[in-house]
Design a binder for this molecule. Structure first.
Ligand code: ATP
Ligand code: MG
Length: 390
């Protein structure tokens, strides 16, 4: 019996003329997600993506888990295929779904028929197969409203498919279908989640981390590499950029009033991110900021940070509660790494009394002793690049 994975496309189907390019992106992302796991055939037909093992190297369990993380798919099911004949469908359903059919008390059959030459209508097919299954499994009761098991039958172009228990896919849009953005990735809980959320909207990410060696350790950097790596099943392969930040922070410490340290530092992060965006075709900067969470995340503080940019800053966590962010971090698998206790550059030189409602002119005055352009260029030139998810 040949097993196959059926993936239902999400918002892609609304995209009219762009639809083909969306489908192509999704197929190429899926192929990339699968290529280390064995050899598979992946194709799209009638708004459904099919994944089939191409030889014995294919592992359908691994492929199913990987496909659940590919954005652009809303539902997936494992299915078995047979020829387009009602009795072959009955025989396959009995065999393939035996375990499920034996373990529930109520069921119904739902059919879809995109091959209109098939001799029965969908309703006739459901009734026929339902009747045969009820006879073969006499403990089962047909239940139209809330059955424990729905047996799905699909008569498509090349074959008929039987499946049950579809699971939710990752949703969203295929990575790469909505442009590129630079995501500021710290070692904390929030920024891996904000990265995930923007990638889910179809954006290819370039993660950028600011590193303050020796104030932050090599282990802190490894942690960020690990976080980027953990994001790749969702975001695809990425080039993680590590920008040296020590000189900037020391200059700020030596030449600026203490209460503005964090704000000035964040303005530097944005300027460097803008340079990276220019370099890689990025059209926005993503951060894990969350209104009111820390002193630099008041509306005035964010205004003064964003004043150095002409690109939009995407802050998908802005209105979420910490608890919701943590739940999502756990679900996507980054939480345990995020809570490892290494310093982030933001916690070095933290002012004792940070300004929480700064005026832009004050911040500009506070940083006026610095060679801004020189420091930004120096950090940009010192960027290290680490490939993840290859
Ligand atoms: P996180 O949990 O993501 O570290 P946070 O609540 O600690 O966030 P801040 O430290 O104020 O908040 O940082 C806000 C955002 O700025 C982060 O979500 C991240 O996008 C970015 N950021 C902070 N530190 C760094 C860093 N060292 N490198 C890159 N981006 C950073
Ligand atoms: Mg942080």
């Amino acid at each position: 019996m040949k097993e196959i994975i059926l993936c239902k496309l999400g918002e892609i189907v609304l995209k009219g003329l762009n639809r083909r390019s969306f489908e192509q992106k999704l197929l190429s992302n899926l192929r990339h997600a699968l290529y280390r796991l064995g050899s598979y055939r992946v194709w799209c037909s009638q708004s459904t993506v099919y994944i089939e093992g191409a030889d014995e190297s294919a592992d359908m369990d691994l492929a199913f888990e990987a496909a659940k993380k590919v954005f652009g798919i809303i539902k997936l099911s494992r299915a078995a295929a047979c020829e387009k004949d009602p009795d072959a469908i009955v025989a396959l359903a009995k065999e393939y779904l035996r375990g499920e059919l034996e373990s529930v008390r109520s069921f119904k059959v739902e059919s879809k028929r995109s091959d209109k030459r098939f001799p029965m209508t969908s309703i006739e097919l459901s009734q026929y197969v339902g009747g045969e299954l009820a006879e073969a499994f006499p403990h089962l009761r047909a239940e139209m409203h809330e059955p424990e098991l729905v047996v799905h039958l699909e008569v498509r172009d090349v074959a008929a498919y039987v499946h049950a228990s579809p699971v939710d896919g990752a949703g969203g849009m295929p990575v790469g279908s909505n442009g590129i953005a630079v995501t500021l990735l710290s070692g904390g809980i929030d920024s891996p989640v904000s990265s995930y959320m923007i990638a889910r909207r179809g954006v290819r990410l370039v993660p950028l981390h600011f590193f303050s060696f020796p104030y932050t350790s090599e282990a802190a950097k490894e942690k960020v590499v690990e976080l980027a790596q953990l994001l790749t099943p969702w975001c695809g392969r990425m080039s993680l950029l590590i920008a040296p930040f020590t000189h900037i922070q020391e200059e700020i410490r030596d030449k600026c009033p203490e209460e503005y340290f964090t704000l000035i530092m964040r303005r530097f992060m944005m300027r460097i991110a803008a340079r990276v965006a220019e370099d890689c075709g990025g059209r926005a900067i993503v951060t894990g900021e969350n209104l009111g969470q820390v002193a630099s995340q008041t509306m005035e503080a964010m205004a003064s940070t964003q004043a150095v940019l002409s690109l939009p800053v995407l802050q998908p966590l802005i209105g979420m509660d910490k608890e919701e962010i943590v739940r999502l971090a756990r679900r996507i698998g980054t939480f345990e790494t995020s809570i490892l206790p290494y310093e982030d550059c933001c916690t070095v030189f933290t002012p004792r009394h940070p300004r929480t409602h700064p005026k832009l002119e004050e911040v500009e005055r506070a940083e006026s002793a610095l060679d801004i352009e020189g420091l930004v260029s120096e950090a940009f030139a010192g960027i290290e690049r680490i490939e993840v998810g290859q």
